[in-house]
Write a protein that binds this ligand. Structure first.
Ligand code: ZN
Length: 332
């Protein structure tokens, strides 16, 4: 009953609407419709646009990640190449060293006076272990061994200027070994081309070592020895220069045999060296500290023990101002 009444009222209302009112309602309806459509459309379109952008960004990130890993690989490749080049350089140095040792073993000029075994008992025998060409990957190990036996040696170093051996140069000095010079570049063709080249190479090494260690080295070993036949500069010009600089140069009177083409085993190095030491009152032993000289490292403990067991009069010392000059070509 009441429903019929309500419907009746609505019909009456509808019928009584003016055209303006209807228009307004229609406009309102349209507005509501548009609003609803826009409310649906805007988020949808936005989502699509964002989705596309996100996809593109993702692609870009993926591409960049690919490029980064490519660059990383390229970098690693060039690091590997640099390592290989360095190893090759060390091998080339090894070839030079062979040259040193093979050419001149017979030219060694003994500056020792003849001695009797009684002299040894009285004055003692001095053995100087010297290592050329370092620092190398083995220097720390050599230093460990020397420390274990409390033995001091002499390192005739070259200039490894990449900064990676700074601690090693310092350790040589700090642990009481003698820091000697063996040219900065170790390139015979350069340092022996002229006196000027020799001087400038020496100057560079001297300053370099001073910066690394705070020490001004006063000892030199000519690459190839003072008796080398490679030099295009008169050796006497160079020794006079060293003399003027207050630098003593040392050759050797015993070659441990680690510089030869045959590359001795560690036992052969010990045997070869020990066969020569008894005939010297002052023995300067040439050895090498280089990447291809593993057998020298292995020989060192055995060699030290053999020298220490030789007799009661033999001692191992680092080169100092007091050391008798052992020179193939005498300085004066
Ligand atoms: Zn050398």
């Amino acid at each position: 009953m009441s429903t019929e009444q309500n419907e009746g009222t609505k019909k009456i209302q509808k019928r009584s609407m003016t055209p303006e009112r209807r228009k307004r309602i229609n406009r309102l309806k349209k507005m509501i419709m548009y609003t609803v459509v826009l409310m649906i459309l805007i988020p949808t379109v936005s989502s699509i646009i964002l989705g596309v952008r996100l996809y593109r960004t993702k692609r870009t990130v993926e591409t960049m990640a690919g490029q980064i890993s490519f660059l990383e690989k390229a970098l690693q490749d060039s690091i590997d190449a640099a390592d290989r080049a360095e190893a090759l350089l060390e091998i080339n140095e090894g070839i030079w060293r062979e040259y040193e040792a093979e050419q001149y073993p017979e030219m060694i000029q003994e500056q020792e006076e003849n001695f009797e075994n009684d002299d040894i008992a009285e004055e003692g025998r001095k053995v100087y272990l010297t290592f050329d060409d370092g620092p190398s990957i083995y220097t720390e190990e050599l230093l460990d061994i020397l420390a274990r036996y409390d033995v001091k040696a002499t390192f005739f170093v070259t200039g490894k200027g990449k900064g990676s051996y700074g601690d090693t140069y310092r350790r040589i000095v700090e642990e009481g070994h003698t820091l000697g010079m063996h040219s900065y570049s170790h390139e015979y063709s350069n340092i022996y081309a002229s006196l000027e080249n020799f001087q400038s190479d020496l100057e560079i090494l001297r300053n370099f070592l001073y910066n690394e260690t705070g020490i001004v080295s006063r000892f030199y070993r000519f690459p190839g020895g003072s008796s080398n036949k490679v030099s295009e500069t008169d050796i006497h010009e160079m020794t006079a220069y060293l003399d003027a600089m207050g630098i003593s140069y040392f050759d050797w009177n015993i070659s441990a045999g680690d510089a030869t083409n045959m590359s001795f085993s560690s036992d052969q190095i010990v045997e070869h060296t020990m066969s020569q030491i008894p005939s010297h009152r002052v023995a300067v032993v040439l050895m090498h500290d280089a990447a291809d000289k593993r057998s020298t490292v292995d020989a060192l403990p055995k060699l030290i023990e053999a020298i220490q067991e030789l007799d009661d009069h033999t001692e191992i010392l680092p080169i100092t101002e007091e050391t008798m000059l052992i020179q193939h070509v005498p300085s004066k």
